[in-house]
Design a protein around this ligand. Structure first.
Ligand SMILES: Nc1ncnc2c1ncn2[C@@H]1O[C@H](COP(=O)(O)OP(=O)(O)OP(=O)(O)O)[C@@H](O)[C@H]1O
Length: 566
């Protein structure tokens, strides 16, 4: 009888939720004991350990000094030279650093590596970072650094170029913003000295907001390129001198750079940060990679430093970074390309396309705890599902590339405020977006890649909060199913055994799926006679929303925009 059978027997044959009863299962060795990999629990739990280790380490060093003083008196056989003591001290220090990195699941490669910080105060004492930045961090509720912040901040403070990979929701944004704000000090009227590139406008806006908060009191001029600022011809060689930090999507920046003559200069840029670097390196239809090349060339200063951040790692980016970035330090937290295991994951077989709505309604019937994010593969399907759920009377909205920027902004705001409970979205929202407290992510359509799965489900389980992700799959979703099932299992969640034994999909099929979404039946169960009724309802809702949006535009948003003006 193996341990699992024994466990079942002890529990009267009941099928145990191994995730829920993880502690008992680990004790009975039904599952392997797993260290908590989520960034937040590790560091919070380990604060006492850190203190204890510090004491142990100090004791070791003073013991070393004591031995040497005894030997100096000639009471011991071998006298330790000063050099020996120094070497031994350095070895003990390194051992301590390694132990700490192991605890925090930080692995690091490169030369001249700074030790990780254990608390934000060390930034003041060891790197001369202003207390105002630490206060700003504290005001945001960041009392202890996350593992990526522990290691990436010192690396960037030492002006080293970095390739960083850490789980979704683990605080990468502050990890690159803090050193940049420190380096730039205050406004200089030299034009942009730091650029942060993000794949979507929503993410750029979020980073912009975090940058404003972290740099409060420094008067740095932070700018985000908007359609309006382009239309108003806000840029020009002189006017852009007023700014210090630029946060943007690649296409808008490239548009300005490619004007004849260019209306924006990146000649004084000291830091170029590529957030979601693997996405921006994709040679996709969006042409991100080509756009990135234009930006890269425009940052022509000899001293420009680059920092690449993402939750997922692709060999392409790593190869490029190692080849092109001098003195590169690579920092990885946890295992590469794994799902944040603070998220409880479930793979749900729904048979056919029609089964998805049934399953969704079943989840709603059992009780849905908002906010909920629902991912579909295309904007057409997002609209279809929206119509269905609207008909069900669910408090739902939808975001996709066809909506106007104002609509997109308003939807994001409403979802953040809790006015919308269920938000249907496409891959657009898959990366980087930090909605506080998303309880559930539903992959209504199976993700096109393992990387996409990691980012999508990473919209929940952020900043140490638990989350849940349910992924529907039909009999046609075979590509990547096995890999994703393995990932779910490795995170300690249950998956049906047969999924792990499926045939591995070919590279060609995986590529094909990434390039083109598979054909699926329309999402629609609304009887024809009700369609008219539904359209009317929709028009009514849209009209109310438009009214609201107009109100918002004239109201607080407009005054906020005025405030941000340089
Ligand atoms: N040191 C900290 N202590 C507490 N909360 C933090 C800390 N650092 C960041 N956070 C919070 O954690 C959440 C996730 O941070 P962030 O958006 O930077 O994650 P990320 O690693 O960039 O995620 P993704 O890979 O999905 O883009 C945010 O809500 C942020 O405010």
């Amino acid at each position: 009888m193996d341990a699992e059978d024994l466990f079942r027997k002890l529990s009267n044959g009941a099928k145990f939720d191994l995730k829920k009863f993880q502690y008992d299962a680990q004790k009975l060795q039904v599952i392997k004991p797993r260290p908590v990999v989520g960034p937040f629990p590790i560091q919070i739990n380990s604060q006492n350990e850190i203190r204890k280790e510090k004491v142990d380490h100090e004791e070791e060093i003073s013991e070393l000094k004591l031995i040497s003083s005894i030997t100096a008196d000639g009471n011991k056989k071998k006298q330790l030279s000063n050099k020996d003591i120094k070497n031994k001290e350095a070895a003990l220090n390194q051992e301590k650093i390694n132990r700490f990195r192991n605890q925090q699941k930080i692995s690091v490669r490169g030369n001249d590596l700074p030790p990780p910080i254990e608390n934000f105060e060390q930034l003041v004492t060891e790197y001369g970072v202003g207390q105002d930045i630490i206060d700003n961090l504290k005001n945001l509720g960041y009392s202890v650094p996350t593992p990526i912040q522990m290691q990436a901040i010192p690396v960037m403070l030492k002006n080293q170029q970095i390739l960083a990979c850490a789980p979704t929701g683990s605080g990468k944004t502050a990890a690159f913003l803090v050193p940049i704000i420190h380096h730039l000090k205050g406004p200089r009227r030299k034009g942009f000295r730091a650029v942060v590139v993000s794949p979507t406008r929503e993410l750029a806006k979020q980073t912009y907001r975090e940058c404003l908060k972290l740099s409060e009191g420094r008067n740095l001029r932070i700018h985000i390129i908007s359609k309006a600022s382009i239309a108003m011809k806000k840029f020009g060689p002189e006017s852009s001198k007023r700014f210090d930090i630029l946060i943007t999507t690649p296409n808008r920046l490239v548009y300005l750079l490619q004007q004849d003559p260019p209306v924006i200069s990146l000649a004084n840029v000291k830091w170029l940060v590529i957030d979601e670097s693997d996405k921006l390196f994709e040679a996709s239809e969006d042409g991100f990679r080509d756009q990135l090349a234009v930006i890269y060339r425009a940052c022509e200063s000899e001293n420009v430093r680059r920092a690449l951040f993402s939750a997922t790692h692709t060999p392409d980016v790593a190869r490029w970074a190692h080849k092109n970035l001098k003195g590169l330090v690579s920092v990885t937290v946890g295992h590469r390309n794994t799902a944040a295991d603070i998220v409880e994951q479930q793979l749900l077989f729904v048979g056919t396309e029609a089964g998805k709505l049934v399953a969704f309604r079943d989840i709603v019937r059992k009780g849905l705890t908002p906010p909920v994010l629902v991912f579909v593969q295309t904007k057409e399907r997002a609209k279809e599902l929206f119509n269905e759920l609207l008909y069900d009377g669910i408090n739902v909205d939808v975001i996709h590339a066809d909506r106007t920027q104002l609509q997109r902004d308003n939807v994001v705001q409403s979802f953040r405020r809790g006015d919308i409970w269920v938000l249907i979205c496409t891959e657009l929202m898959g990366r980087g977006i930090d909605f506080k407290g998303v309880n559930l992510v539903i992959n209504y359509d199976f993700p096109p890649s393992v990387i996409s799965y990691i980012h999508r489900i990473g919209r929940t389980g952020r900043a140490g909060n638990p989350g849940k992700a349910i992924t529907f799959f039909t009999e046609n979703d075979t590509v990547n199913l096995r890999s994703i099932a393995q990932m779910v299992k490795d995170s300690g969640c249950e998956v049906p055994e047969y999924l792990l034994k499926l045939k591995k999909s070919s590279k060609r099929d995986r590529r094909k799926l990434e390039k083109k979404a598979p054909k699926r039946d329309r999402i629609s169960t609304v009887p024809l006679c009700d369609i008219k009724k539904q359209k009317k309802l929709q028009q009514k809702i849209q009209a109310t929303k438009r009214k609201k949006e107009k109100g918002n535009e004239d109201g607080p948003q407009a005054s906020k925009k005025k405030k941000q003006k340089p």
